[in-house]
Design a protein around this ligand. Structure first.
Ligand code: AMP
Length: 940
């Protein structure tokens, strides 16, 4: 039989790769224990040439090679077959039956009944036809072994098996899981689906609860539609199942031990979810429709972007529920949610993700179209970003605004295909079958909890109205909307089904509908499970209501700094450093001993040490953060002998806070959004994102615009995130010179964040400490240095660090008499050192150089004091390296003017306006740099 089985297998046109996988898996099981497989397969495998000394890892490939060898043996080998017989069943048919099962597992979803509108044109999948496997209805009465088909029987008549396969794989659920290479996961999904033929019994109570969810979803939209006709609400109608789905997901999560659930979703259905899942008071929503608003949220946001927090009662106890605030940029909220979840998990000390569940809700066009989705999938299993899996739900209404043709919206079969990159199982489900929805919901959560990985539910539905209620969808989707018009709402379909089954009668259904409407009229919370908030894990009140100049004590003794320095340079003796790193640590040793001034890298590390030493936590991520792009940080030491890591910052003191530094995936948007989510959920952690070069932040511009700059103004959400953006004109060309300071300054208003350009090690030390010690939580945007990291003048003493003050402005440091000063040059950042060196060379005493270290909020008070010192100087200059249309000149000029003494003039010394951030030629760069410095120092 061996050769015949192999020939049948090899000659089959159906998914040879898939069969190979299947047979390999059987062989894997056989290798573990021969009793794991049926007798027929045992005989086949017993006869395979033995693999002496084959390692477990090489099993797959080794066996594949053997199979190929077998297939290539040719007629002579096959002629010599000594096939064992299996009673009345022909061996070849038996193999074909196993292939049929395999075909359904692979491709059954392509024939599943997923589209409530029945508009999908399904391809004919020949593999799912009996004839393709040389089987026919005449074999229906013959009993075959069903291999690993997890129905609980070893064998079945083909007729019964065929029916079962269709029920399991081609009903209201289309399961994609055979792309998962991990056998355990694959078997797990298989077992769960096949054992109940994708349709478990569900209790009357659950059925009624599903119906109630649909009544609520439908009732809410009808109510809003009637009360506020034409108002935008981004109705859920068509995807009504989302409401009972989310409720069962949250409830199930609670029974499985979750303490918090964080949800991210776009506008579609959001109002419905707010009221019917999170328990937002309907009267508050109605007030919002009527134009009233909550003044505490500053500028505010439209109601379908609003977040909400509540507690929710589950059979496993109450849990905390948060719906994240969301801008309209699709999908970008998802990494924010996942970051928020990571913060909550860290706070709870939960490493496996079991205590906090992220749920992200996507649109069908957006999940396929937006690159940030790929970024979050890529992050999902990485050390610094994993959260034990995310349950991702797609509200697949088959239209993206007005675009519905799949040849326009994507290049993949399903909108969810991107999830295959992490081998997530994907459950497509017909949203008009709420019981199927319930089944896949629990299954998805169990998978996430079991394997700590992402899982996707594709809720295939439709959109009853246009993109919003004022839109006319018939203009672009005429056929679809003719169908939708005639299609009964999900509540009616399910109610009719339950009435036909005798589960409920028509009067009871009417009463459910009337009761829900009455509850809305009454205006009180309509979610039975809603509880007032007590389960959230952090208190933000100490951080509320502080201005950026709130008084704080950041001082730290020199003694303490030395002690921290000692800890920073300590590492195990057998941890062999690279010679360049060893040299750097030798230098750090000299700095601690007081034989050398402190450089940037050391001061920065000391800041972190001082912060964790007092029990605060630090999380830093970014491209190359462990080492530092410019070889300066070396917070993570790599052992040259065995590649192991050691982080001195994790060994500062026994009761220290946590210190985490992760080199991030090579993405900006998702990583920065993740860190925003982390920082808005955790005020007790200095959260830092570092760009490899400052301009890399361009890739995360949407996060900067829509969350960081405006999150507090729109949503009242504080965020202490620090962004380190290497910036400076050093001849590295257009892309690695500028962190686009001007963009941050242009978005500066309402004291929304701080934009700093520290120029000394003591300044970076105290800036980072200020960000933690001060109770205020606002984003800190830092133009961080490159060449300054090693500039001989950019050093500080321990005393300067110990002072504990970040100077928003630094006055002239040389001994220059103010009365002699004719010109005051104001500047920020690295150009200061160019100016200083040149002025010293020129031996000038008529120019004072003032550094503005915080450009926003502008330090008017400190600048005023300095201006009064140089009040006789009428010639003030702003000097910058950036082209005139960039940097601080245009955006901060009004602040500079307001700081000047009376009758003083303000001029500009810097590069000419330019479309590109910097020139590419080093000689041109050098000339420009020289000119701007000369210009700034030339007293007119
Ligand atoms: P959450 O755990 O996100 O549901 O938040 C619970 C409560 O904490 C919210 O209702 C807010 O009152 C408060 N809160 C959460 N995050 C922030 C934040 N970033 N800034 C200010 N208050 C917050």
């Amino acid at each position: 039989m061996q050769q015949r089985v192999m020939k049948a297998w090899w000659d089959s046109s159906h998914l040879a790769g898939g069969n190979a996988t299947y047979i390999e898996e059987m062989y894997e099981l056989y290798l573990e224990d021969a009793q794991n497989v049926s007798e027929e397969w045992r005989e086949v495998f017993d006869k395979l040439p033995k693999l002496d000394g084959v390692e477990v890892e090489s099993k797959h490939s080794a066996v594949r090679d053997q199979f190929r060898t077998l297939a290539a043996l040719g007629p002579a080998a096959r002629a010599g077959s000594s096939a064992p017989q299996t009673g009345s069943v022909s061996d070849e048919k038996q193999v074909k039956v196993l292939q049929l099962i395999n075909a359904y597992r692979f491709r059954g979803h392509q024939h599943a009944n997923l589209d409530p509108l029945e508009l999908w044109k399904q391809p004919r999948v020949r593999d799912l036809e009996l004839s393709h496997h040389n089987l026919s209805e005449s074999d229906f009465d013959t009993t075959f072994n069903v291999g690993s088909y997890a129905i609980g029987k070893e064998s079945m008549p083909l007729g019964e098996l065929f029916k079962s396969l269709n029920r399991t794989y081609c009903g209201s659920i289309g399961t994609e899981y055979m792309h998962i290479t991990d056998t355990e996961q694959k078997r797990w999904v298989q077992q769960r689906i096949e054992s109940v033929q994708a349709k478990p019994e569900i209790s009357r109570e659950e059925k009624i609860s599903l119906l109630q969810g649909l009544v609520a979803a439908d009732g809410m939209e009808k109510y809003l539609g009637a009360k506020f006709p034409g108002a935008k609400r981004f109705s859920l109608e068509g995807g009504d199942s989302l409401v009972p789905m989310l409720k069962s997901l949250i409830s199930h999560a609670g029974t499985k031990g979750a303490k918090e659930v964080v949800v991210g979703m776009a506008h579609r259905g959001r109002l419905n979810v707010l009221v019917n899942v999170l328990g937002k008071n309907p009267s508050v929503l109605f007030d919002e429709f009527a134009g009233n608003h909550d003044d505490s949220l500053g500028a505010g946001d439209v109601k379908y972007h609003a977040g909400y927090s509540s507690d929710y009662a589950t059979p496993g106890g109450n849990l905390h529920l948060a719906l994240a605030f969301n801008p309209s940029h699709l999908e970008i909220v998802n990494p924010v949610v996942i970051g928020s979840v990571r913060a909550r998990l860290d706070r709870r000390g939960c490493e496996d993700g079991s205590m906090v569940l992220p749920i992200t809700i996507h649109g069908d066009s957006a999940i396929a179209g937006q690159g940030v989705v790929q970024e979050t999938f890529n992050m999902s299993q990485t050390r610094g970003f994993k959260v034990g899996g995310t349950v991702r739900i797609v509200i697949n209404n088959q239209v993206g605004f007005t675009t519905s043709k799949t040849e326009d919206t994507r290049s993949t079969q399903y909108c969810t295909d991107i999830a295959k990159m992490v081998q997530a199982p994907i459950f497509h489900v017909n949203a008009d079958d709420p019981e199927a929805v319930l089944f896949v919901t629990k299954l998805a959560l169990d998978y996430r909890n079991q394997f700590k990985r992402d899982v996707v539910i594709d809720l295939v539905c439709y959109r009853r109205h246009g993109h919003n209620e004022a839109d006319e969808p018939n203009a672009t989707q005429p056929l679809m909307y003719q169908k939708i018009k005639k299609h009964p709402v999900p509540r009616k379909l399910y109610a009719d089904q339950l009435i036909a089954q005798g589960t409920i009668d028509a009067h009871e259904v009417d009463k459910l509908v009337a009761d829900y409407r009455a509850a809305l009229d009454h205006g009180a919370c309509v979610v039975e499970e809603w509880r007032p908030m007590t389960e959230h894990s952090v208190d933000w009140t100490p951080y509320l209501g502080h201005d950026w100049d709130v008084k704080y004590d950041g001082s730290i003794s020199v003694e303490k700094i030395k002690q921290l320095g000692e800890r920073l340079i300590a590492f195990p003796e057998d941890h062999k450093l690279h010679s360049r790193v060893a040299k750097l640590y030798q230098d750090r040793k000299a700095m601690v001993a007081g034989d050398k001034a402190l450089d940037w890298g050391m001061a920065e590390n000391l800041a972190y040490a001082s912060i964790v030493d007092t029990g605060d936590n630090i999380r830093m991520t970014g491209q190359d953060s462990g080492r530092g792009t410019f070889f300066h940080r070396h917070a993570v030491l790599h052992n040259q002998t065995d590649g192991s890591d050691y982080m001195p910052l994790q060994h500062i003191s026994p009761d220290q806070g946590t210190m985490e530094i992760y080199d991030s995936v090579l993405s900006e948007a998702a990583v920065l959004a993740f860190e925003f989510g982390y920082a808005t959920a955790e005020p007790g952690c200095l959260t830092i994102w570092e760009a490899q070069f400052g301009d890399f932040a361009n890739g995360a511009q949407v996060v900067i615009d829509q969350f960081l700059s405006s999150g507090e103004a729109k949503w009242g959400r504080l965020c202490g995130l620090t962004m380190l953006l290497p910036h400076g004109y050093e001849g590295q060309g257009p892309e690695h010179s500028s962190a686009r300071l001007e963009r941050f300054l242009q978005m500066s208003a309402d004291h929304n964040w701080q934009v700093c350009v520290p120029s000394t090690p003591a300044q970076v030390f105290n800036m980072l400490r200020r960000q933690t010690v001060r109770p205020m939580r606002k984003p800190l945007i830092v133009m961080s240095p490159k060449s300054l990291l090693r500039h001989p003048l950019a050093t500080s003493s321990m005393e300067e660090l110990s002072e504990g003050v970040f100077h928003n402005v630094i006055d002239e440091i040389d001994n220059i008499s103010p009365s002699k000063v004719k010109r005051v040059v104001m500047c920020s950042g690295k150009v200061y050192y160019d100016l200083l060196e040149q002025r010293r060379k020129n031996d000038q005493d008529d120019v004072a150089i003032v550094r503005i270290e915080q450009l926003y909020p502008f330090p008017h008070e400190e600048m005023g004091q300095i201006a009064s010192k140089y009040k006789t100087a009428k010639d003030w200059v702003w000097c910058q390296e950036e082209p005139q249309n960039q940097g601080a000149w245009y955006c901060s000029q009004h602040h500079f003017w307001s700081s000047l003494p009376q009758n003083a003039t303000l001029t500009y010394a810097g590069r000419q306006a330019s479309a590109s951030p910097a020139v590419g030629y080093i000689s041109v760069h050098n000339q420009q740099q020289k000119d701007l410095v000369d210009d700034a120092l030339t007293v007119k």
